[in-house]
Design a protein around this ligand. Structure first.
Ligand code: SAH
Ligand code: AVI
Length: 328
């Protein structure tokens, strides 16, 4: 079967600049608290750095969730049934996907990711492992409505959203995304989703500020990407990576802090920052199991089964699309 031609849902100008990237960066840098959405971390270098993060001793989520998927995907397949189109949101390296596909007689695999080159590489590798499954990659932003390819129109769907990528969204955006997934995947669909659990703050900070400095490089790579793709002259060496816990929102925040008073240009616009001022680059929310289930309910999904590890670090939930009907 192999990899089908990928579907691209991204707009570039005549110079190849991603219009959404430019617009998000220019508006984000003009705010009082400067901020750039975390999805822009993932150019090819950013995706490769993220893969290195997943192997760090401090970054427990990937290995914990992988062990959960390894142990429980057979039950998932029994509950969901065969012949499904598996649609993965933010598929990245697709390294967790085989744990699911090996248990399911999947009708197709549709990985969706904003990091186009990385998506194509990962799709090729996955297709080699599962030659009987058509792989149909979609390069695009899963926050926007996604139309699934016509070739999966007749198949029921299983959404796969691992990694606690949901945690990179503030709750109201996360619920909007769950609702939009419910629309994309349709009635009778299921969603298998990972949530990172609230835990000791020192462990959380270490996971986002590792001793080797890989997460710092991942964060600072955003500035290199802005300079390269948006004609910027940001002095990267005058920024430092900061990871802090925000108790009110139950989240780790990553920031890029100016170590000096600086001025720079991006796409011909001038910006200034005081020493100590930050650009907020990522939120990573951490949940109790009740919060996770409540968010799914609010997003149109009814939890059907859940699995967690003995250390209570990570949670995976299988949910069914809630039937549309009136309720009190
Ligand atoms: N699912 C993988 C990768 C998680 S990293 C895992 O569990 O290990 C998050 C992935 O989501 C990255 O590959 C990134 O490129 C992608 N991503 C982040 N925001 C996105 C968005 N808005 N639209 C599409 N892909 C996005
Ligand atoms: C993709 N996402 C769920 C990761 C996280 O843990 O929030 C991204 C990441 N940021 C720093 N380290 C990992």
């Amino acid at each position: 079967m192999g990899v089908h031609a990928d579907i691209k849902l991204v707009d570039h100008d005549d110079d190849g600049v991603d219009l959404a990237f430019r617009s998000d960066v220019l508006s984000g840098l003009a705010q009082q608290q400067k901020a750039v959405p975390a999805r822009w971390f993932y150019d090819l270098a950013g995706s490769e750095l993220f893969e290195r993060i997943t192997d760090l001793p401090e970054y427990y989520p990937t290995r914990t969730e992988t062990a959960l998927l390894d142990a429980h995907c057979r039950e998932v397949a029994t509950l969901v049934g065969s012949g499904r189109a598996v649609v993965e949101f933010g598929s990245g390296s697709s390294v967790k996907t085989p744990l699911l596909l090996r248990e399911m007689d999947a009708g197709a695999y549709v990985p969706i990711d904003i990091s186009g080159d990385f998506l194509r590489q990962s799709s090729e590798k996955l297709a080699e492992k599962f030659p009987a499954v058509p792989v149909i990659p979609i390069e695009g932003d899963f926050m926007k409505p996604v139309s699934l390819p016509a070739s999966v129109a007749g198949l029921e769907r299983l959404g796969f959203f691992p990694g606690s990528t949901i945690g990179n969204m503030v709750p109201h955006t996360a619920i909007d995304l769950l609702r939009s997934m419910r629309e994309t995947l349709g009635d009778r669909s299921h969603l298998l989703i990972g949530f990172d659990r609230a835990k000791d703050v020192r462990r959380l900070i270490a996971a986002y500020d590792d001793a080797e400095g890989v997460t710092a490089r991942f964060n600072l790579n955003l500035l290199a990407r802005i300079n390269r793709e948006l004609g910027g002259d940001i002095p990267i060496e005058r920024f430092r990576h900061v990871a802090r816990w925000n108790e009110d929102w139950s989240r780790i925040e990553m920031h890029l802090e100016a170590t000096d008073t600086i001025a720079f240009e991006v796409s011909g616009r001038r910006f200034a920052m005081d020493q100590g001022e930050t650009i907020h680059t990522e939120n990573s929310h951490k949940y109790t199991p009740n919060q996770a289930r409540l968010m799914l309910q609010a997003g149109g999904w009814s939890p059907a089964a859940q699995w967690t590890d003995s250390g209570d670090d990570f949670l995976i939930i299988l949910a069914r699309a809630t039937e549309h009907r009136s309720a009190p």
